[in-house]
Design a protein around this ligand. Structure first.
Ligand code: NAP
Ligand code: F7E
Length: 322
């Protein structure tokens, strides 16, 4: 196993994953989308771009996937590309389904026809659990899935068709069911990066308030650096698996605000305003993952805690204010 291909290589996870794979000696290729601002196409992979083989393409364009696979000949394929924003999936349900559901089917089909024996990772999500929580307040591999967003529904299709291709055609496809993970590379319209950046804007007098939506939902937040290592462990494992990756600790959005503002010497209650624009038509109230299986089978455990994740994000974002 020497060649790894990543769809969504310029995303938060794609960029960390590419770095890990290069450090392990893999030859790394990836799919980039054409943007009218050329700099945005490779924004997160600029420091390593010369070591990568990139291909223009889109998950909706199956020919572009087949061409890239035929040319690069991957042993491992990580399907990370997605419309990954849950609230925006309510504004663009059709597009979200095309990219996340049909797009994943396109990846599996192109791999089946062009990369015999390749191992495939599907970026599945805890959002697939929706409102379903086990009696002990955790979600795990056996928890029923009842998604509550167009994003969650699209990911459940991709998860299911991955399992179907595994059984029907013997493909080695694994689902990593990842809980929320963040980093300095997180898009600033996700709540962790939005709160860190918003609090810094207030500290450095650019703004007085930060507008948010629901403060009462709970998320199990880990670090993308750790979670992308789990993706590699999963594909290096001999059998295809469906496996939860999480920290096992849930915090509310309110907790997040409290911690970030207090680390910057402020009281969040003086600066947060609720704007209904950031509420969702249906909210997912509680996510907390049990990753016992990942620990036992893959020997995976996260290095970052909630505290050190927040500190890493603050340190990164604050550098641009000084
Ligand atoms: P991200 O930062 O939004 O990255 C998504 C990547 O997909 C970007 O590089 C984007 O291209 C690319 N992309 C979007 N639409 C595409 C299309 N039609 N064709 C080709 N590429 C396309 O997301 P992330 O946080 O790295 O997440 C990686 C994957 O894990 C996603 O599938 C996400 O749904 C899933 N996931 C994420 C989390 C989490 O908490 N982060 C949890 C569970 C699952 P551009 O760079 O051009 O925008
Ligand atoms: O929201 C609340 C919001 O957008 C987290 C994606 O990576 O993880 C992510 O999806 C919580 C929600 O992430 C704002 O209502 C309050 O309860 O950061 P988020 P998400 O929706 O959990 C899953 C596992 C994925 O797979 C996805 O790809 O925070 N919240 N106020 C807000 N959220 C945002 N974005 N903006 C606010 O102003």
């Amino acid at each position: 196993m020497t060649k790894a291909f990543i769809t969504g290589i310029n995303g938060q996870d794609g960029s960390y994953l590419a770095e890990h794979l290069l450090s392990l000696g893999y030859e790394v290729g990836g799919l980039v989308r054409r943007s009218s601002v050329a700099e945005n196409q490779t924004y997160r992979i600029n420091p390593i771009e010369s070591k990568l083989k990139t291909y223009y393409g889109d998950l909706i364009d199956q020919n572009s996937l087949a061409d890239a696979f035929r040319h690069f000949k991957p042993d491992l394929i990580f399907n990370l590309a997605a419309q990954s924003h849950v609230r925006l999936s309510f504004d663009m349900p059709g597009f979200t389904a095309q990219v996340n559901a049909v797009g994943a089917l396109n990846v599996f089909t192109a791999a089946k026809e062009n990369c015999e024996g390749a191992r495939i990772y599907q970026a599945s999500s805890s959002e697939m659990f929706g409102t379903s929580v086990d009696p002990d307040n955790y979600q795990r591999e056996t928890t029923p899935m009842h998604p509550v967003s167009p994003y969650g529904c699209s990911k459940l299709y991709a998860y299911s068709i991955a399992r179907n291709f595994r059984r029907a055609y013997g493909l080695h496809i694994s689902n990593g069911i990842l809980f929320n993970h963040e980093s300095p590379r997180r898009g600033t319209n996700f709540v962790t990066a939005k709160v860190v950046k918003g609090a810094l804007d207030i500290k450095y007098k650019k703004e007085k308030f930060l507008e948010l939506g629901n403060l009462d939902s709970y998320r199990d937040w880990g670090h993308s650096y750790d979670y992308t290592k789990a993706m590699i462990k999963l594909l290096e494992y001999s059998e295809p698996l469906d496996i939860v990756i999480s920290t096992g600790k849930a915090h509310s959005v309110k907790d997040l605000c409290k911690v970030v503002f207090s680390k910057l010497g402020m009281d969040y209650e003086e600066h947060i305003k609720i704007n209904p624009k950031f509420l969702r038509p249906q909210e997912l109230p509680y996510l907390q993952g049990d990753s016992t299986k990942a620990k036992q089978i893959l020997g995976w455990e996260p290095e970052f805690t909630f505290e050190t994740l927040v500190e890493d994000m603050i340190m990164h974002f604050e550098a641009s204010y000084k």
